[in-house]
Write a protein that binds this ligand. Sequence first.
Ligand code: FE2
Length: 422
Amino acid sequence: MVYDLILRRAQLHRQEHLVDIAIQDGRFVRISPDLSDASATREIDVAGRLIVPPFIDAHVHLDAVLTVGKPRYNSTGTLLEGIQIWSERKPDLTHKDVKQRALEEIRWEVAQGTLFIRSHVDVCDPKLTALRALLEVREEVRDICELQLVAFPQDGILSFPNGRELMRQALELGCDLVGGIPHYEWTRDMGVEDVHYAFALAKEFNRDVDCHCDETDDPLSRFTEVMAADTLQQGWQGRVTASHCTAMSSYDNAYAFKLMRLLASAQVNVVANPFDNIVLQGRFDTYPKRRGITRVKELLATGVNVALGHDSIMDPWFPLGRGDMLAAAQLALFLCHMSGYDEIQDVLDLITSNGARVLRIEDRYGIAEGKPASFLVLDAPSAFEALRLVPARLHVFKDGREIATTQPARSTVKGNLVTFTA
Ligand code: FE2
């Protein structure tokens, strides 16, 4: 048997021994400690490097990426000024502008191994310009990346003129998921209704739900519990994601633990966004300053599925970033105190298997015989080293096809060398 491709001496996450991996017709067909009896059209000796399934960006805003500085830079760096700048930029959006920026950013993510992306799309725009553009992008990138689109009401469902109808139109046009933003509505009651409306649409259109929820340091912002209750009442377990939930880091422990157990029983996923969370939260504090990222470690311990998003890449909220989910995972490791040895292994799951559960793509995700051969070769031998070094993604494969390669940087130290003797 001559396979299409064999990877020799591959290290899989959490496995003790190296394996050889055979790929045929776009799928993993044999994974074995030794395939020396087999050959392939192409063979790659990965020499003990880590092979992982593609990274997943479970939360990004492709309509806003790469707009930093236009029309102006965020001078305070705050979330609220970011929203203000975005509302100034929105009327100038064009179909072509949104498409060009989104396609460019998707190329950045793909080059770094992210092949599944969930993007929120602002639908508080009577023309739905960004949504129409991203619906086209979703189809155009199918060969390199699977894109899910969430109808996201940036300025509120109830607090924005015609917000309910715009959400409905977004779903009719083909949005994959229903979003929400309860903490941003004018009143607590309107926030509760924001969540109820999202779930009503989800039921009507048979869609999953992913709301921005409690993205604030306000300890009294408590809409994640409403999402969990609606999930249970509607029977939507496993189909709901609460994004950000930064207020959870400001709740008192008694309430936080009650909430985390409720989320676990409702099988609600939580997505944290380390770049934006650490930059945007804590802005009203003097010292001590809150970190403003949700309780990732404690949620995992309670049995809640947690994944990560990049959220912003060079936009009014976060001016930096290069679309690298491994860098997001490394930052989460620092911010969430997940530096224990086993916890470091868990951090890699936040951008791989846990993300797959959020996006509900587990049937076609992972390194196992019979699954599509989509994977990355990292220039590191383990999750520990990958999170220490944030190394190059040497090869990126989708369905058995190589779609990106990166040469690792190499440094040379010149001048007189100091010799150490033991
Ligand atoms: Fe977001």
